[in-house]
Write a protein that binds this ligand. Structure first.
Ligand SMILES: Cc1cc2nc3c(=O)[nH]c(=O)nc-3n(C[C@H](O)[C@H](O)[C@H](O)COP(=O)(O)OP(=O)(O)OC[C@H]3O[C@@H](n4cnc5c(N)ncnc54)[C@H](O)[C@@H]3O)c2cc1C
Length: 442
């Protein structure tokens, strides 16, 4: 991050989930006052809320995202650990099944922290709330954006009345950020203002999560913190087991292409027995369930191409899931939101000029790799629609051999996890020494 500018002016962030909180952290270095506006009542402790239905489900935090969060909030990882979230080596202390075969385990040096989504959000929210000049307006039932008469700039937010502290009033702002998630109204608003909608890329995956929390005992999974089992052509079922704070496991049985796990215990066990990873059935059969299973459907990854727009109102940006929402099985959303926040901090430290163009261009570069990983993985299913080039087919075929070889060669597994954790580019897997190891091991 660059040198800190003198803070001036007021910025408003719509949505106080992780995307909005991280954007607020970025703005806090250059704006004197910040207002976060949230539809939900924000809980005073780690808890679920209506506006983030995904918070009942497994949230893996990629290594790159954890690093970015530590950069934005020094001591973030330690705070999660102090709240009893387990810290572990991602390859030695977890099992990874790709194409039905486990990666060879080894100490990779890749460290992950396993925390529930409500805890992650709570810790970030507490840090943002402690920044001088930050105000939260929650329980906001509705809002609209105000613009200049010629609609060349967004001037603020009109609160449409309702809860405490959110009467009918206009809040002026030098910058408004839309962090309202994948249901963002920005494309519609831009069309109404005469800018047209951004081009949208969609990858329909038809994913369903069935998630249940369990009591974690020391003997479970021989002390490991979790297992990831990917779906692959011919096997639309996959899932995640991940330790959580307070001696719990969260278990998600995921299906793609319309495949859905049942919610009754016997059905879940039978479903999990079809997995290559025996851990899923083992935990569901032997661990004590806590609460009821919760289902969530995720139809498609959506990327909005604001960087391609010819014109855009000044004083306005769109971030995080509102900009790009990824198939959750890749665990990328928080990491990309954090990387966008680091980008925004740096851009604002340089200048506020032409911010939308510079931000959307930089964010598009950040999103390219995680989006390519989603495309590469999802397009392996022949039923998923999308452009398959000869190059992407060759890479997919190479990766099939790679995963098979990584079953024997732990170093290949580490290189792969570095890519899926967004630390290295996918092209790094084509380094000559790795290609040789793939050839030697499959
Ligand atoms: C099932 C599932 C599993 C996931 N798993 C992972 C994972 O393992 N790892 C990972 O990194 N990411 C994961 N994600 C993605 C992650 O949850 C998001 O990327 C992250 O929450 C950032 O999203 P966001 O803040 O942009 O939007 P959201 O989290 O959707 O939040 C939008 C916020 O805006 C508020 N809001 C909406 N409209 C208004 C309005 N008009 N006025 C005021 N407030 C408004 C909502 O109440 C909400 O608080 C998962 C997502 C899903 C759906």
């Amino acid at each position: 991050m660059n040198a800190t500018p003198t803070p001036r002016g007021h910025a408003v962030v719509i949505g106080a989930s992780l995307g909005g909180l991280l954007a607020a952290r970025a703005l806090s270095e250059s704006f004197e006052r910040l207002t976060l506006i949230e539809r939900d009542e924000l809980p005073a402790a780690p808890d679920h809320r209506r506006g983030t239905p995904q918070d009942h489900h497994t949230h893996g935090l990629l290594a790159r995202g954890r690093h970015a969060l530590d950069q934005l909030f020094p001591g973030f990882t330690e705070e999660l650990v102090a709240a009893s979230a387990p810290l572990a080596d991602l390859q030695a202390d977890m099992h990874w099944y790709f194409d039905g075969r486990p990666l060879a385990p080894t100490r990779s040096g890749l460290v992950g922290v396993a925390a529930s989504r409500p805890l992650i959000e709570y810790v970030v929210r507490s840090r943002v709330a402690a920044i001088p000049g930050v105000t939260f307006i929650d329980r906001c039932p509705g809002l609209d954006l105000t613009t200049s008469p010629d609609r060349s700039a967004v001037m603020g937010v009109r609160l449409l009345g309702g809860g405490e502290g959110a009467g009918e009033r206009v809040i002026e702002a030098d910058l408004v950020i839309d962090a309202s998630g994948r249901g963002s109204h920005s494309p519609v608003r831009l069309e109404q203002w005469g800018y047209g909608r951004p081009r949208e890329d969609r990858v329909h995956i038809g994913c369903t999560y069935m998630t249940q929390m369990y009591r974690r005992e020391p003997h479970h999974l021989d002390g490991r913190i979790g297992t990831v089992c990917s779906s692959y052509p011919g096997q639309p079922r996959g899932g995640i087991i991940l330790a959580q704070e307070h001696d719990r496991f969260i278990v998600t049985l995921a299906g793609v292409l319309g495949e859905e796990a049942p919610s009754d215990r016997a059905g879940m066990i039978a479903y999990a027995e079809t997995y290559a990873a025996p851990e899923f059935a083992e935990i569901i059969r032997t661990a004590k369930p806590l609460g009821e299973p919760v289902q969530m459907r995720y139809p498609a990854s959506v990327r909005r191409r604001y960087e391609d727009m010819a014109a855009f109102p000044e004083g306005f940006l769109v971030v995080a899931d509102a900009l790009c929402s990824f198939n959750p099985l890749y665990g990328q959303g928080i990491t990309v939101a954090a990387l966008e926040a680091v980008l925004l901090t740096d851009l604002l430290a340089e200048s506020r000029d032409d911010l939308w163009r510079r931000f959307f261009r930089g964010a598009a570069e950040l999103v390219d790799t995680p989006w390519a990983l989603v495309l590469g993985g999802d397009l392996r299913h022949p039923q998923v629609e999308g452009a398959r080039t000869a190059q992407s087919q060759n890479f997919a075929e190479y990766m099939t051999r790679y995963w098979s070889a990584a079953h024997h060669d732990a170093l290949l597994g580490t290189a792969l996890l570095r890519v899926t954790n967004l630390l290295d580019e996918p092209a790094s897997l084509l380094a000559p020494d790795l290609v040789d190891r793939v050839t030697a091991n499959c």
